[in-house]
Design a protein around this ligand. Structure first.
Ligand SMILES: *Cc1c(COP(=O)(O)O)cnc(C)c1O
Ligand SMILES: [Zn+2]
Length: 426
């Protein structure tokens, strides 16, 4: 395995790459595996056989694909909760809402800590352990920290979480706290925390699990591997996902490229990255065909997982995902996000606000004619409905903020007449 800097192009060996896994120039590193001698048909058979595994790491939806993710990692360091293994649901009501004939929802919300961050975090923590680290850190708006805290606890290690003091969901903070992480709330932004941890963590003996950690990206590739596997290695016309820091958009594009290189698939689907209007620097750059990303100093969206003004992985997302797949970007308002979320929730699948940006974005792209009504689509749902219960209350119950698809709590005496009224009217 080698690493290449996305800024200066320098190639480094794994011995030359140290925590926090950046190039000496400060650029992000991109991992390249040596896939020579690998045969897609043999790997397909291996991955199929592993579907029968029970209590080994290969029973999970990340390590099932270990040969394509972390081939060199010794098995004894693997820390797993059988993450991945998530449902892929054909949702007719959501398809009708978005305006396409067939829409599949890939529910990464069903991961053990409730978000797709688990797909990457299991690999980062396992890798950190293989290097001898017992203390882990991240800066997070929520889901990264709950995932890290869970895996660190499972491994008998410690985690230290830097928490910007605004725009976080209390559910996620409480989950992190409950898993036993040490939390440091600071006055500042996500970007401040990222910069701090990159600068100081190694001296503090902390393994850095921020989204630029290349092992997290490798683990997140499993989302597209598992989706393709579930579909018999036939992918849809489009894959749509929300973009915040853009690590998942990067992982998706990298995973697709490798599947094609290895001969698992022969055609790349197109990818659409959806940002929230108040935090959409990547969309603005792509739409303007600009050469550089201009950071948004005051990002603002109700979808807290997307509230990132300076996405660290934008170059990788452009290189891996937008350019090679004929990809597009789009931005949607918080209202569009929350309405799409209500539709996904009441279809029985459910997600947190950020995830619903995918369906809201798809609806917009269909409206603009970018995605055809006859095309097939997979939308990634990134986090669980219970990750942000304040958002649910605001949408359904609070008088000033109720949404178009709001549900209600009816109060009455417990009498047949009252229930008859409920049944006939609702
Ligand atoms: C982290 C996260 C995102 C954004 O993913 P990036 O890799 O930062 O672009 C979207 N939705 C949820 C629920 C998340 O936790
Ligand atoms: Zn460099």
């Amino acid at each position: 395995m080698t690493f290449e800097c996305v800024d200066c192009g320098k190639v480094l060996s794994s011995e030359q790459v140290n925590n926090p896994f950046l190039c000496p120039c400060g650029g992000l590193l991109d991992m390249a595996h040596d896939f020579r001698g690998m045969d897609a048909e043999r790997l397909k058979q291996l991955f199929d056989r592993r579907l029968a595994e029970r209590m080994t790491p290969y029973a999970g939806g990340v390590w099932r694909y270990k040969e394509l993710i972390a081939p060199e990692l010794p098995e004894s360091f693997i820390t797993t909760k059988y993450e991945g293994n998530t449902g892929l649901y054909d949702s007719a009501p959501t398809a009708a809402y978005a305006g396409v004939r067939r829409l599949l929802l890939k529910a990464q919300s069903e991961n053990p800590s409730g978000s797709f961050k688990d797909n990457g975090m299991t690999v980062a923590v396992s890798h950190g352990r293989s290097l001898g680290y017992t203390k882990f850190t991240c800066t997070s708006t929520g889901n990264t920290s709950s995932s890290l805290a869970m895996y660190a606890a499972l491994a008998g290690c410690s985690s230290y979480v830097l928490l910007p003091d605004r725009d976080i969901s209390m559910n996620k903070v409480l989950q992190t706290l409950a898993y036993g992480a040490s939390l440091l709330s600071f006055r500042g932004t996500y970007d401040d925390g990222i910069r701090f941890s990159e600068e100081h963590s190694e001296a503090l003996g902390l393994y850095v699990c921020n989204s630029v950690n290349p092992f997290r990206i490798e683990g997140q590739k499993s989302i597209i591997f598992e989706t393709a596997h579930q579909l018999g290695w036939k992918l849809p016309d489009w894959i749509v996902l929300p973009g915040g820091a853009l690590s998942n958009a990067t992982a998706l594009g990298k995973g697709l490229r490798e599947l094609k290189q290895l001969g698992f698939i022969d055609k790349l689907p197109r990818v659409a990255v959806v940002q929230a209007e108040g935090a959409s620097p990547f969309h603005r750059m792509v739409a303007a065909e600009a050469a550089q990303l201009v950071a948004e100093p005051q990002p603002r969206t109700r979808a807290s997982a997307l509230n990132i003004g300076n996405p660290p992985s934008w170059k990788k997302a452009l290189r891996y995902t937008i350019r090679p797949t004929g990809g597009v970007t789009v931005s949607v308002s918080d209202r569009e996000i929350m309405d799409a979320k209500a539709v996904i929730d009441r279809s029985g699948i459910g997600c947190e606000p950020a995830s619903a940006a995918s369906v809201a974005g798809l609806k917009k792209l269909v409206g603009e004619g970018t995605v055809g009504a006859d095309e097939t689509v997979v939308c990634l749902l990134t986090g669980h409905l219970l990750k942000d219960t304040d958002a649910v209350r605001e949408y359904h119950l609070d008088s000033g903020t109720r949404g178009a698809f709001a549900n209600a709590i009816h109060s009455a005496e417990l009498q047949p007449e009252a229930v008859r009224k409920l049944v006939s009217e609702c």
